[in-house]
Write a protein that binds this ligand. Structure first.
Ligand code: NGF
Length: 293
């Protein structure tokens, strides 16, 4: 298994206008992340990959293309979580056979699953695949909150490496770091990297790293080195960019910025708005020129 610490881009996927996967564009996004953003790894099949709108076969295709393009150049994490546990297992087996360094699975959502049901979900994926697991906790989208003791229950399985923590609850993050210092944490909110890194997270997984990965690394490493004032200055610039991206449409704007850098990042997948309006294109160009050129 590769080192899973550091800066991971949550991989964007390029779609054609009809919603099909644009393989050439996806390969370009992967190359851009490895060669230009110098990331340590890729988180494939996450929210940023518009994963929850895709078929099982499409998810497999993306895992296959990402591995084929990245080879062993960077660490690879496959997000296989699904409310369909059988699909999660099938995807987990597939990604494991491809050689992904770890799996990750979003907490099962939509139905109000009990904690024993959530634990069974993770235990089943691990038992069926034999791979490592990173819990993907993103309560603001799933509505699923896991407490300190419940994390402890999941962490009893040594295959559970830790959590991708996409939340602004720094009290919970601190409690987790104290209670389970041997377990890894990846910060999920790019705009909160300084506080997360101050609390000792081991890595970060973010959508904006697809275009702002170099600054993300600076923020992370400066904070780790105790140079918080310097890190915060870069975080301020980063957050001006992120604020602009969020206001203009998250994935769509990152894709338009990539296109300005010669990467065929394509369209988004419906029911998300697939194509940028003229005003969104103009704003994406402004953000690119102000922050990334
Ligand atoms: O896009 C989302 C969902 N969150 C990402 C990241 O946590 C998602 C975050 O980078 C991710 O890793 C994944 O693809 O599964 C934000 O986009 C960023 O901080 C801007 O808010 O909200």
């Amino acid at each position: 298994m590769k080192n899973l610490k550091g800066i991971f881009s949550a991989l964007l996927v390029s779609f054609n206008e009809d919603g099909s996967i644009n393989e050439k564009g996806l390969r370009q996004i992967i190359r851009h992340n490895i060669d230009k953003m110098k990331v340590d790894g890729l988180y494939v099949g996450g929210s940023t990959g518009e994963n929850f709108m895709l078929s099982t076969e499409e998810k497999k295709q993306i895992f296959r293309i990402a591995k084929d393009e990245a080879k062993d150049q960077v660490a690879l994490i496959a997000q296989v979580g699904s409310v369909n546990l059988k699909e999660a297992v099938e995807l987990g087996k597939y990604a494991t056979e491809l050689g992904y360094d770890s799996l990750s699975a979003v907490t099962p959502f939509y139905y109000k699953f009990s904690f024993p049901e959530i634990k069974h979900y993770y235990e089943t994926i691990i038992a069926e695949t034999g791979n490592n697991m990173i819990v993907y906790s993103i309560p603001f989208l799933t509505g699923v909150n896991i407490g300190v003791e419940q994390f402890g229950e999941l962490y009893k399985n040594p295959k559970v490496l830790g959590v991708k923590f996409t939340a602004g609850d720094f009290y919970l993050l601190e409690r987790l770091r104290k209670a389970y210092p041997e377990k890894l944490v990846w910060a999920g909110f790019d705009e909160m990297m300084v506080p997360a890194a101050s609390l000792g997270v081991h890595g970060a997984i973010g959508s904006t790293f697809n275009v702002n990965g170099l600054r993300a690394r600076q923020i992370f490493e400066l904070t780790q080195a105790g140079q918080v004032k310097e890190a915060l200055e870069i975080q301020h610039v980063t957050n001006d960019l992120i604020e602009g991206i969020l206001a203009n449409g998250l994935y769509l704007t990152i894709k338009e910025i990539l296109k300005l850098q010669g990467v065929d990042a394509g369209y988004c997948r419906e029911p998300m708005t697939a194509k940028a309006t003229e005003a969104q294109l103009v704003r994406a160009k402004e953000l690119y020129e102000q922050f990334l050129k």
